[in-house]
Design a protein around this ligand. Structure first.
Ligand code: 2P0
Length: 339
């Protein structure tokens, strides 16, 4: 790798993960990374990924490749190649004189990566914002969302603050309500383990699609859950929304459990939290859990119930990292063109 690159531009972006209330699981089109199910999500203010991007011009004839470092570790090129191909296509169209360039990105998060806390959502959202800013492009949110989706479908949702939806087969997410829509809405993120998962969501989704006998039922049902959830969210009605949230994650896992070989992201601690929530509801609290592709559990509740839920969690569980989140804002970005 040459040291003679001229720096064209740099940018830094921060973005938050997008936590699904109604889950995306399965792809309608693998090449374009289009989701098979609709998803409804909230952006989390309490978890952040920061990504620095440098765009350089290689010297003539030099063979170069884009590089992404996560917490200082160089990532596999093939995971990022479709994203960078999409970014180059866009740059060629919007900045025809730009010529050849290479991207170096350095990213880190204040929460564990690849452990079921949606680090790919915040990661590709921040990467999309930083890459476009570093070449001097200002894109509407929907185009940024389409770019982020090439990297990771959930990242399409992280381009917006507040509540977002990504429809089945859609190339971009849209905003449903901004981050101030439901001021009392809280998300309690419970981190049970830090280790990365041993099966990526991408592989797990594909296995589910190919050999879970419940896959089609999952797809059909998620459309129904989605429309009901949008209505409940519109009415800021957690008692109506909660059971739909629960149906979505449990039906997603039921479909995974039925794959061959089965996919099981749960740990004993995950089930203990699920049962804890059930007891809390019996005691009159509106608290609803969800899980993603990892052992962590996240709870949805209202602000007034947070102290009681937190105290009970601390009383019943050891070694639980508890974060209280609100609906977060869209990514921030700052860019500078050098030449
Ligand atoms: C979601 N998850 O809706 C669902 C629920 C995990 C469970 O989106 O293949 O990293 O990069 O598009 O977005 C995790 O999958 O998958 C995910 P790709 P992604 O949040």
């Amino acid at each position: 790798m040459s040291e003679n690159f001229g720096v064209f531009g740099t940018a830094v972006s921060t973005a938050h993960p997008s936590l699904a209330l109604i889950k995306y699981w399965g792809k309608q089109n693998i090449a374009l990374n289009l989701p098979a199910t609709p998803s409804l999500a909230v952006t989390l203010d309490c978890l952040t990924t920061e990504t620095h991007v440098e765009i350089s011009r290689p010297v003539d004839g030099e063979e170069v490749s884009d590089r992404v470092f996560l917490d200082g570790i160089l990532q596999r090129e093939d995971r990022f190649a479709p994203f960078f191909t999409g970014f180059r296509k866009l740059t060629d169209k919007m900045k025809p004189g730009m010529g050849r360039f290479v991207v170096t990105a350095r990213s880190s998060s204040d929460f564990p990566t690849a452990a079921g806390l949606a680090s790919s959502a915040s990661g590709f959202a921040a990467l999309s914002c930083a890459c476009t800013a570093a070449v001097g492009l200002e894109l509407p949110a929907e185009e940024l969302s389409a770019m982020a989706l090439i990297g990771s479908a959930s990242a399409a949702r992280s381009i917006y603050g507040g509540f977002t939806r990504l429809d089945a087969g859609s190339k971009a997410a849209v905003s449903v309500y901004g981050e101030n829509w439901w001021p009392e809405f809280r998300i309690i993120v419970l981190e049970l383990e830090k280790e990365p998962k041993n099966l990526s969501s991408r592989e797990a989704m594909e296995r589910t699609r190919l050999n879970s006998p419940y896959y089609q039922a999952w797809i059909d049902d998620s459309r129904v859950l989605m429309e009901r959830s949008v209505d409940a969210l519109g009415g800021r009605n957690l008692d109506a929304l909660g059971p739909l949230i629960r149906n979505s994650y449990l039906r997603m896992f039921a479909t995974m459990f039925a794959a061959d070989p089965p996919i099981i992201y749960w740990k004993p601690g995950s089930l203990a939290i699920i049962q804890f929530c059930d007891r809390m509801r019996s005691d009159g609290f509106s608290v609803w859990e969800t899980m993603d592709a990892g052992p962590q559990v996240k709870l949805f509740c209202l602000q007034n119930d947070v102290p009681a839920i937190r105290n009970r969690l601390i009383g019943e569980f050891n070694n639980l990292n508890i974060r209280i989140c609100r609906p977060g804002g869209p990514p921030s970005v700052r860019g500078r063109i050098e030449t």
